[in-house]
Design a protein around this ligand. Structure first.
Ligand code: PMP
Length: 426
């Protein structure tokens, strides 16, 4: 079982057997409200027939085409449609099969880009504490989760980490972006002074850190990172595996924050999670450098058997049709105020030490049980599941990210369930 307490699961397994719209069905026949879009990915709600039909058609039309010296039209069509959603000139795409692959691909692109332009010394990568960038070696190295790193040796060398921006003393219960904490971005200057800009390839951050408990960037923080990267010729990568495809009420967090990174990684919502797929978007200048490099005999030797898989492209285009037809990429703009009010109405319930929200994301941070970090979060998750809602425990943070089709009464149901669960814990 991935990322699961295996012994606990074996003793008390939990199986989901069906899903439709906002609800899962559990193996004992209960309707479970999906408070997490599966795993931050089923943005258009579950089991969409339009996507199923597109996948079936594609498999009978062209089931597979090698992503090696050959192409197929659907990958180009999907790439062209996707890039229309992206800000500025993030107009080129490299397809992968997951978020982890997108992250490692983006890191390789960044290092190779500098090399092609004659700056081969730019190899260092800068991530951030409490960042999650998937499970491959690159992503774990730039990630900032001790538990994910400690068993796996040296990972990548030449990686530094910015501090995370979460601060309970200054920012507990802020609604939307916290006002305090922009200065955490200035730490980048310190790292640059230590190693010299000429050795640094890229900075990677999640605009909103998801997996470690929905950490919202302070006002001006991402803008400041962009400024510093510009000043020193360092590429800025936004890992938008969670924030992509409407989570903040804009297609991407880059649109929402008005900050244009050089690369964006996505996955999850790209196919409404029906079929595995990820992607890296790059700016025109990066694409041009590689095309130029090809003329000099330098190729970007990287790819996957399933890069731009026809079936994933079909699922992705059917997903995009739904997003556009139903206005889902901006729907959160209409829900965000209600969502914010609902989540903050839990304040005062047992054990809650912080509540954070942005777009259709939120976290409720619980006071840890002494010497048992994570236990209270996990108990809350179990109680919610018994009471009919799927939430996600990230340590002692309860993270919420429901499908973008959620209605107000389902928002109420979600927070009523959470309130009951917390009172039961007491
Ligand atoms: N980056 C971020 C920000 C993520 O949240 C995740 C997955 N939760 C990943 C990368 C990895 O994606 P995947 O599990 O598809 O490899």
């Amino acid at each position: 079982m991935p990322f699961t307490a295996n012994r606990q699961f074996k003793a008390q397994p939990r199986f989901l057997v069906a899903a439709d719209g906002m609800y899962y069905t559990s193996d004992d026949g209960r309707q479970i409200l999906d408070g997490t879009s599966g795993l931050w990915c089923v943005n258009a709600g579950h089991s969409r027939r339009e996507i199923a039909a597109a996948v079936a058609d594609q498999i009978t039309q062209l089931d597979f085409a090698p992503a090696f010296q050959m192409g197929h039209p659907a990958a180009f069509e999907f790439a062209n449609r996707l890039t229309q959603l992206l800000p500025n000139d993030l107009h080129h795409v490299f397809f992968t099969n997951s978020g982890s692959e997108a992250v490692d691909t983006a890191l390789k692109i960044a290092i190779a880009y500098h090399r092609i332009r004659g700056e081969a010394a730019r190899q260092r990568l800068i991530g951030r504490e409490r960042a999650y960038h998937g499970v491959n070696f690159g992503g774990v190295a730039v990630g900032g989760i001790g538990a994910n790193r400690k068993f796996f040796g040296n990972l990548l060398t030449g990686v530094d980490h910015l501090p995370h921006t979460h601060n309970l003393e200054k920012n507990a219960f802020s609604q939307g972006q916290p006002q305090w904490g922009r200065h955490f971005a200035d730490e980048l200057e310190r790292i640059i002074a230590l190693h010299d800009a000429s050795t640094i390839a890229a900075v990677i951050v999640e605009p909103v850190a998801g997996a470690t408990g929905v950490l919202i960037p302070p006002v001006g923080y991402l803008q400041r990172l962009r400024e510093i990267c510009n000043k020193y010729g360092i590429l800025l990568i936004f890992d938008e595996v969670i924030t992509g495809f409407g989570r903040l009420g804009e297609p991407f967090a880059a649109n929402y924050f008005g900050v244009v990174p050089d690369l964006i990684t996505v996955a999850k919502g790209i196919t409404n999670a029906t079929v595995p797929m990820g992607a890296v978007f790059v700016r025109q200048g990066i694409y041009d450098a590689f095309v130029q490099g090809t003329q000099q005999g330098i190729e970007f030797f990287h790819g996957y058997t399933y890069s731009g898989h026809p079936v994933s492209c079909a699922a992705g285009m059917a997903t995009l049709d739904i997003y556009l037809k139903e206005g889902l990429l901006s729907r959160v703009q209409k829900l965000a105020t209600y969502w914010q009010g609902a989540v903050h109405s839990l304040r005062g319930l047992p054990y809650i030490i912080d509540i954070r929200n942005l777009g259709l994301l939120a976290a409720i941070e619980l006071e840890p049980i002494p010497n048992k970090p994570g236990d209270r979060g996990f108990e809350t998750f179990l109680r919610c599941y018994e009471l009919g809602a799927l939430v996600r425990a990230a340590g002692d943070n309860i993270a919420l990210s429901p499908p973008l089709i959620i209605e107000k009464q389902q928002i109420d149901q979600l927070f009523d369930t959470l309130a009951k669960a917390l009172k039961l814990l007491e």
